[in-house]
Design a protein. Sequence first.
Length: 281
Amino acid sequence: MNNRRPTGTDTSKPYYKKDYQRNEGEKTFGERKYQPRDNRFEPRNDRFQKKDERFQPKDGKFRPRTDSRFPPKKRFPPPIGKTTKPWEKDTRPRIVSDMQVTDGKHRGKYLKSTESPKVRPTARRIREVMFRILYRRVKAGRFLDLCAGSGTVGIEAISRGALIATFVERSAKMCSFIKKNLAELEIKEGHGEICETEIVPFLKKMAKRNRQWDVVYFDPPYDSNYDEVLEYFSRGVALKQRGVLVIEHPAEMFFPEKIGVIRRWRVVVQGETALSFYDRR
């Protein structure tokens, strides 16, 4: 055989005939010289090689060499303005009470109301869900709050960008709370309108004047009669074309899908309270 090992050579070292003819004891692979290893069991992977002093940082921590087989991971710089976590940078007031404005320019401000158990303010969870669904219609729109109470829902609409909010409340005491809340939040008279009257006479008057709103929120006492008021809405009273009527009612109560010119398109249930959304076709 042409590549047979000559007699007298070291059998523990690799043998290539052409390399031995050039320089005995030293083998070349192209321009790079290779010295035969004395220990054939020595690992040849670069990961197990001795640490190179040139790559030793001053802090004493070893950093592996970067070669083509193990390229370094790409580390992108953090985006500008987002170096901290979102909840760490949020400096807005926390919402902990139902008498706080949940969002908008008046977020976190407290509203005044009576402590009577007969008055049931709209929970902040209900307000958050409703305005999350209707935020495009409320912004730069006209908002009507029927059975306004202390005006939490209407003031919330103003805080979220409504041009004007109309509060309808029959109690003179609750109307005084609405005035105090508007004055405390420095909402001008042109943005907040208070009507101390019953709902049915108010709707009759608005039907004659042909006055309409983009969003109407109806939250009467749960033991009241809804049919008399819904009769006016079935004819499109106080609702613009494509306007929305939101009715707050107990979760076990249901309304027809279509009532005259308005049609139901969504129902949201939050615990024992539900919201029915109608729009005028």
